[in-house]
Design a protein around this ligand. Structure first.
Ligand code: HEC
Ligand code: HEC
Ligand code: HEC
Ligand code: HEC
Ligand code: HEC
Ligand code: HEC
Length: 292
């Protein structure tokens, strides 16, 4: 009996390993020696774009499957929605039409975006890159492949293991065969992807030579991150880590784009002068924890 239990435990363990090995999904990674996948994105002799891509740019390649009206992937990143039946093959834990965790590049929650990372390969200045907070420093032109590795990755969500020349570890969390694109389940190292380009934002006040102060990040918090005001408006922000109490960049920000609105004092605060990828209107993100 004990032996049987051990054998079944072993089988379960092997299945888990198999799931992790096939974590990447779609045409991304875990390639066999005679895979057909390369032909989904590359041509040997008649490529339309650099790096032998079938599309004219890596951005155009990504949105040919992940775009608004595309087929080939269920994750529609332009509208920030999971839409089943578009030919994708992952996300069996994800409810149809649920809002994606990354936000949107064109609309999000049905509203036009008010700020995004611009992934079209034209932006070369990132806030804080190699310098001070609030000032842009130079990076390689930003596109989808600046953050994601189309060939698969050991990191969560194909996030690259080297971004902007820096090693990045972002632990896989719900990366089994059945995925959930609708519920945050981040490990506490989730901020590392942002720190790769915006390094000083991930460091405490008085980062060497920086005259400004910054909100704490990458630490546990005792706050319940949800607040309902007298008018019944509730704002909530997500936390990371095994105990769901860890403050990361994505607690306040979305990585792709947001459709929230800024007015009054919040209208042009900060050097970006817009909604700065924030996940709640105005300073809702602050009230979620501090409840002033
Ligand atoms: C989902 C689309 C996609 C698939 C599938 C894909 N690639 Fe790529 N590949 C890209 C993109 C996009 C780039 C450019 C990445 C960049 O700009 O950083 C690239 C770059 C490359 C490069 C040059 C840069 C590097 O990473 O060394 C090689 C070599 C390469 N791919 C080989 C392959 C092979 C071999 C396969 C099949 C096993 C494959 N690719 C499958 C999208 C894809
Ligand atoms: C040929 C179609 C195709 C192309 C081109 C393509 N993808 Fe995908 N991608 C998929 C499919 C299918 C999935 C599985 C989830 C789904 O159905 O949306 C996926 C999943 C992903 C995921 C989520 C992986 C995870 O861990 O859950 C990311 C991130 C991603 N793709 C990024 C990219 C980027 C960046 C590019 C361009 C360099 C790209 N994709 C190009 C089809 C494609
Ligand atoms: C600045 C870095 C960055 C850029 C640029 C970026 N992504 Fe992402 N992407 C992320 C992060 C971080 C996540 C994980 C979101 C989460 O789970 O909280 C993600 C998630 C995803 C997912 C899974 C669905 C979701 O929204 O959670 C897909 C698919 C994807 N990205 C595709 C793309 C495509 C296609 C592009 C270009 C049009 C792109 N990404 C540009 C950082 C980036
Ligand atoms: C507690 C919420 C919160 C957290 C956590 C947070 N931010 Fe922000 N971030 C904001 C707000 C609010 C703004 C708008 C400008 C302001 O108030 O300074 C902003 C603006 C920005 C900007 C735009 C430039 C600027 O200075 O205004 C960048 C870049 C940025 N954040 C990066 C990051 C990175 C990287 C992390 C994690 C290391 C992070 N943020 C964590 C709230 C947050
Ligand atoms: C590959 C480099 C790179 C990474 C990684 C990266 N960023 Fe950025 N970020 C940029 C660049 C370039 C800009 C300015 C151009 C733009 O808006 O696309 C920017 C702009 C921003 C802005 C201001 C946007 C606006 O217009 O208001 C915020 C906020 C921000 N990033 C937060 C983050 C957060 C949070 C993460 C992690 C999820 C992150 N960034 C990861 C390169 C990066
Ligand atoms: C996820 C919860 C959370 C959110 C969201 C949040 N904070 Fe905080 N904040 C903290 C924690 C944790 C500290 C560390 C001190 C403490 O425990 O109160 C802190 C500290 C502070 C401090 C004191 C800083 C110092 O140097 O003494 C200020 C001021 C502050 N936050 C303002 C804000 C503002 C403004 C926002 C919105 C942009 C915000 N917080 C969003 C959790 C949060």
């Amino acid at each position: 009996m004990k032996k049987l239990l051990l054998v079944s435990l072993l089988i379960v363990a092997l299945l888990l390993v198999a799931n992790i090995a096939s974590a990447n999904g779609g045409p991304h990674g875990d390639y066999t020696a005679t895979t057909d996948a390369c032909a989904g994105c590359h041509r040997a002799h008649t490529a339309q774009g650099g790096k032998l891509l079938v599309a004219s740019s890596s951005y155009n390649l990504c949105v040919s499957c992940h775009g608004s009206t595309a087929t080939g992937a269920n994750t529609n990143v332009e509208d920030g929605k999971f839409v089943s039946g578009r030919g994708g093959n992952e996300g069996t834990l994800t409810t149809n039409n649920v809002d994606l965790l990354g936000g949107g590049f064109a609309t999000y929650k049905g509203v036009a975006v008010t700020s995004t990372h611009n992934p079209t390969g034209t932006e070369t200045g990132a806030w804080g890159a190699g310098g001070l907070r609030g000032v842009t420093g130079t990076i390689d032109a930003l596109d989808c492949a600046s953050c994601h590795d189309p060939h698969g990755s050991g990191n969560y969500r194909l996030l690259k293991t080297t971004i902007n020349g820096k090693g990045v570890a972002v632990t896989q969390s719900d990366e089994g065969a059945a995925k959930d694109y609708g519920t945050e389940n981040w490990a506490s190292d989730q901020s590392n992807v942002c720190g790769a380009c915006h390094d000083p934002y991930q460091h405490a006040s008085n980062y060497p030579g920086d005259p400004t102060f910054t909100h704490p990040v990458d630490q546990t918090t005792g706050y319940t991150p949800s607040f309902t005001d007298g008018a019944g408006t509730t704002v909530t922000v997500p936390l990371a880590g095994a105990n769901d109490n860890f403050l990361v960049c994505q607690t306040c920000h979305l990585p792709h784009g947001t459709s929230v609105s800024m007015s009054g004092y919040a209208a042009s605060a900060g050097p970006a002068g817009d909604s700065a990828l924030l996940r709640e209107n105005n300073r809702g993100v602050c009230q979620a924890c501090h409840k002033k």
